[in-house]
Design a protein around this ligand. Structure first.
Ligand code: GLU
Length: 303
């Protein structure tokens, strides 16, 4: 097997050789302006080494990938009580589906679809102000990455606030079912802002280390919780494309509409990939291809 840096460099060349990049997320105007023809990948191993290829230091909007961090915080705060408000099953529906939430009386299927992440955010927000909640989320992400130079892009948050009609519909429906402790505006304001955190693939791969479960990295959450987060990433991390991603890649992972994907090789590595063009499920097109190639080349799979 060639060494990892060579594999990543070859992968970068392969991804750029083909001109089908997918479509950027159009429903958030700030994201619609991003050039889709970009690619970056970073791998952090359990030894603490980082290998990268492509635009590895370009910051991008991590969007739904923050749902992994907010879930870790919410479970740390509320424990199993959280599951009274949100389920743990794959949705088989689009990330922003409204119909399923109504059919299931306002209890979202899982914490990674939008409705579930709004509930998780609301749980962390309860009894506190959005500013303090966002500071805690940022602090967690920065500590995980070992990097204080990670910020929220306020233009992206404002853009989503102005155009996030579906998320407002979901939040108001949750409130009508008694499944929001805060006003929809407050819960969504916090949710849009944590989704607007920006990181490079290098920073994101570093931030993913807390999910590797290795004694070599300072423990941020309980080992049992790491396994459970990984289980949810595998079954629910790619919305209605989760089964396909598990089949092709075989690793727990979480995607975001900014075109990023964070994947974990338990006990071994954390991988971040970014390419802003999306496939029909709203997951990075080239990011998914690259994850599949890397997993194959390295023999990485949980199966
Ligand atoms: N902020 C985005 C939304 O709520 C996140 C979606 C995603 O990244 O998949 O629609």
């Amino acid at each position: 097997m060639p060494p990892l840096p060579e594999i990543l460099s070859q992968l970068n060349d392969d991804m750029r050789a083909n001109d089908t990049w997918g479509d950027v997320a159009a429903y958030i105007p700030e994201l619609a302006r991003v050039d889709p023809a970009q690619f970056a990948i970073a791998v952090t191993t359990d030894d603490g080494d980082v290998f990268t290829a492509g635009n590895a230091d370009t910051a991008f909007s991590v969007q739904s990938i923050t749902k992994v961090f907010t879930l870790a915080i919410a479970l740390g705060r509320s424990g199993d009580q959280l599951w009274r408000r949100v389920g743990r099953e794959p949705s088989g529906r689009a990330f922003n589906s409204i119909v399923q939430l109504e059919q299931e009386s306002g209890r979202p299927r899982n914490p990674f679809i939008n409705a579930g992440a709004i509930v998780t955010t609301d749980e962390i927000l309860t009894g506190r102000e959005p500013r303090d909640t966002l500071a805690e989320i940022l602090q967690f992400v920065r500590a995980a990455a070992g990097d204080d130079n990670i910020h929220i892009n306020h233009s992206v948050a404002a853009s989503e606030t102005a155009h996030g009609h579906r998320n407002f519909a979901l939040a108001h429906f949750l409130a009508s079912c008694g499944n929001l402790n805060n006003t929809p505006e407050k819960a969504l304001g916090t949710y849009f802002h944590h989704c607007a955190i920006e990181m490079s693939v290098r920073q994101l791969a570093m931030a993913g280390r807390f999910l590797i479960e290795t004694p070599k990295f300072p423990r941020m959450i309980l080992p049992q919780r790491i396994r459970r987060l990984n289980a949810l990433m595998l079954t629910c991390g790619h919305y209605d494309g989760s089964g396909d991603f598990a089949y092709r890649v075989g690793l727990p992972a979480k995607s975001g509409v900014g075109g990023g994907i964070l994947a974990i090789v338990p006990g071994k590595a954390s991988i971040a990939v970014w390419s802003p063009g999306l496939n029909r499920y709203g997951n990075s097109l080239k990011g998914t291809q690259a994850m599949a190639s890397l997993a194959r080349a390295m023999g990485w799979s949980i199966f």
